[in-house]
Design a binder for this molecule. Structure first.
Ligand code: PYC
Length: 331
């Protein structure tokens, strides 16, 4: 069997986004959470074939577009990543919308504004355009909240750590500088990756994290290391670990949302204030608390994230059964 996928490649502030624009499979389900589950159970080879080596790499991430389930909305999105299918992806949204508008993959009901269904819930998107170029995309994310504070965990490389866990579309273990972790700027990417992989495993063995409204969304998937900013005008910097070997090159949209929820809960960020978040490579998103709300009777925020993406290529990818690595591999 040979399947051909038309893809359009972009990067959001340095992190890849591959939108599958042709060859998208039919998915059963009446919402994106159900469609995500169907895809993972029946068609995951498409994700691994398009995301893993030799057609992708450790940071590869992408999406597929579907018609919305609610006719009031503009589009529904499945995020595909090396790690699986994330409920929500911020850099993925910015890249997907940039590609979709520049390449006319979607026609928004109201130009400059879109309602996007994701497995994590409805995300509102606005974008700016100069001619055919999308110059910035702002997403108003799902409810984000501090799930747990001051959790203690023993790690192999760093010893005892005290961490917070926050949700911004995925669950994040946030590690702020402390006695046994002096700040992300003191470590190489390889060190942050291997320390994060072990920390995530230990955290998931010791604690349970389940979304209070969507129990299908569970488990800690990302680790967010923090440290000093490169640019003194930024608010904060992070290095987000995802998948098995990736540090996000963008400031990470769901990670920025989780971190704003953590800062809000600790009284460090107020609604309407800019939160300029720097990535590991120094690229920036602007975050803001748009609304204070609650989830399961606890405080939560509705954060927004703004950033940019650049389209850089068209990619016709063939997955052919005669290729021993048709479904990709990881080393
Ligand atoms: O931007 O939300 C994000 C994201 C998740 C994983 C990589 N980037």
């Amino acid at each position: 069997m040979k399947k051909t996928f038309q893809c359009i490649d972009a990067h959001t502030c340095g992190n890849p986004v591959r939108v599958v624009s042709g060859g998208v499979p039919f998915l059963k389900g009446s919402n994106m959470l159900e469609k995500r589950q169907y895809f993972l159970e029946n068609l995951d080879w498409i994700r691994t074939g398009l995301m893993f080596e030799p057609r992708g790499h450790d940071m590869m991430s992408g999406s597929m577009l579907f018609p919305p389930h609610n006719p009031e909305n503009d589009v529904a999105v499945l995020f595909i990543e090396t790690s699986g299918c994330l409920p929500m992806c911020g850099h993925g949204t910015i890249g997907t919308i940039t590609i979709a508008i520049e390449e006319s993959l979607i026609q928004p009901k109201t130009p400059g504004f879109l309602k996007m269904e994701t497995p994590a819930g409805l995300v509102l998107v606005s974008y700016n355009q100069e001619g055919n170029k999308v110059t910035s995309v702002k997403l108003t994310n799902v409810k984000s909240f501090l799930a747990a504070e001051g959790l203690e965990i023993e790690t192999e490389e760093l010893g005892k750590l005290t961490v917070d866990v926050a949700y911004g579309g995925n669950f994040y273990c946030i590690v702020d500088p402390q006695e046994n972790f002096v700040g992300l700027e003191y470590y190489k990417a390889e060190q942050l990756i291997s320390m994060a992989r072990n920390l995530r495993q230990k955290m998931n063995e010791k604690y349970d994290f389940v979304h209070p409204e969507h129990p299908q969304i569970k488990g800690l998937s990302h680790v967010l290391w923090t440290g000093k900013t490169l640019d003194s005008s930024s608010t904060a910097r992070n290095a987000v670990f995802y998948g098995d070997k990736a540090i996000d090159r963008s400031p990470c949209g769901t990670g920025t949302s989780a971190r704003m929820a953590q800062w809000f809960a600790k009284g460090l960020l107020k609604p309407g204030e800019d939160f300029i978040h720097e990535s590991f490579i120094g690229s920036k998103f602007t975050g803001r608390i748009e609304e204070v709300t609650e989830i399961a009777g606890k405080p939560a925020i509705i954060p927004s994230i703004e950033g940019w993406a650049k389209v850089y290529g068209y990619n016709t990818i063939i997955l052919d059964d005669d290729d021993p690595y048709v479904h990709g591999f990881q080393v």
